[in-house]
Design a protein around this ligand. Structure first.
Ligand code: GDP
Ligand code: ZN
Length: 360
């Protein structure tokens, strides 16, 4: 007996970001679609709320999909497009396939073995919100650029709380960030002024866009999203630390639609995505090696063959486990490569921007 499959209503899915490109991908695979297509809007523990053309359903992962995924990071996340099926007598749908991700927003767990955690998929634009007053930092902006670059999405920078500065001061701030942001749009606004916020972000708000907002606590992300929603959906000034994980998933949609057509993916994990340098994590994770290295004779000691190397001495004497030192070295060289790549990429963005300026 074939299970009943409701018609796939792709038009209804367009307001959640479905597009012709995805339809073509499915067609190219030349297969009969034997399931319902939908987009994950909430990820619960082991359970997903999926938006289909015919409304929301609850689904879980098919056993073999979980098995194939291998690591936690590869399981479906909010924003994923999935194919679902359901047996007639089951209450829950099953996610049997995750369609190819166009972009992936990852949280790097700095330092150690754990794979980067995937926070959201198929995000089209990552919006960094920085406060012009308390939170302003060009370094953070550079890290944001790396995050955007690695996600595959486009970036957008909001310098918020412009109402607290003079026009001159705002212009100065924009000048400062320009070097780091290159071609990325930088909008200065006040989230308290809903009208101007909506018009500054207008290019991002149409159907097909999937937005996330990142930035430090207190910079005005909730206020801004509320302004876009035109209603009080997120409480502002909330103390995030008190957000129990379980409570969050049951009370908050992680994906909401804006009246203009775009969808916003919002969860504490995404908002608080740490724009930190891997280096800081490395030093934290191997504090005792960093401590030892301070005792080396040469400041730039590589701990390989230098005379008077305190790290090598510690290995010699058995005070430091050589295996641990190896993993430190391994990670250090990875971080070095990352740092170099990042520096190169930021340079290339700056070059592109200078050229663009010259052409004008
Ligand atoms: P979030 O933690 O990033 O979500 O920040 P909130 O949206 O909760 O805002 C933190 C505080 O900053 C609240 O008291 C807001 O009213 C205030 N705020 C947000 N945007 C602006 C702005 O553009 N100008 C001013 N003066 N205050 C703002
Ligand atoms: Zn040394």
């Amino acid at each position: 007996m074939t299970p009943p499959i409701p018609e796939n209503d792709f038009t209804a899915l367009e307001v959640y970001g479905w597009d012709a490109g995805r339809a073509r991908e499915l067609a190219k695979q030349g297969r009969r679609l034997d399931g319902v297509v939908g987009r994950i809007v909430v990820r619960h523990k082991g359970l997903y709320t999926v938006r289909t053309g015919a409304g929301e359903v609850l689904a879980r992962i098919k056993g073999y999909l979980r098995y194939q995924a291998g690591t936690f990071a590869e399981l479906p996340v909010v924003g994923d497009w999935v194919v679902l099926t359901k047996k007639p007598h089951d209450d829950l749908w099953r996610i049997r396939e995750v369609l190819e991700r166009r972009t992936v927003l990852r949280r790097k767990v700095p330092g150690l073995r754990s794979a980067p955690q995937v926070l959201a998929a198929n995000v089209t634009t990552v919006v960094l919100v920085m406060g012009l007053t308390e939170d302003f930092s060009v370094r953070r902006l550079e890290r944001f650029m790396v995050l955007v670059h690695e996600s595959g999405a486009q970036g957008f920078v909001v310098l918020n709380k412009a109402d607290l500065l003079t026009a001159d001061e705002v212009a100065q701030a924009v000048e400062q960030v320009r070097v780091a942001t290159g071609e990325i749009t930088v909008a200065t606004l006040s989230a308290l002024d809903g009208e101007s916020a909506r018009s500054a972000l207008a290019p991002l708000l149409c159907a097909g866009e999937t937005l996330v907002f990142v930035g430090s606590s207190g910079v005005g992300k909730s206020t801004l999203i509320n302004a876009l929603l035109g209603e009080e959906r997120f409480r502002t000034g909330e103390v995030r630390e008190s957000d129990g994980r379980g409570r969050h998933t049951t009370t908050v949609r992680e994906m909401v639609r804006l009246p203009q057509g775009a969808v916003v993916i919002d969860s504490p994990g995404i908002r608080e995505i740490q724009l930190v340098d891997a280096d800081a994590g490395l030093v934290d994770a191997f504090a005792e090696i960093a401590e030892l290295a301070r005792g080396c004779r040469f400041r730039n000691c590589t701990h390989t063959e230098e005379p008077g190397c305190a790290v090598l001495e510690a290995i010699e004497s058995g005070a430091l486990d050589p295996a641990r030192f190896d993993s430190f070295r391994q990670l250090q060289s990875e971080t070095d490569i990352q740092r170099r790549r990042r520096a190169e990429w930021i340079e290339s963005q700056k070059r592109a921007f200078r050229q663009m300026k010259k052409r004008r």
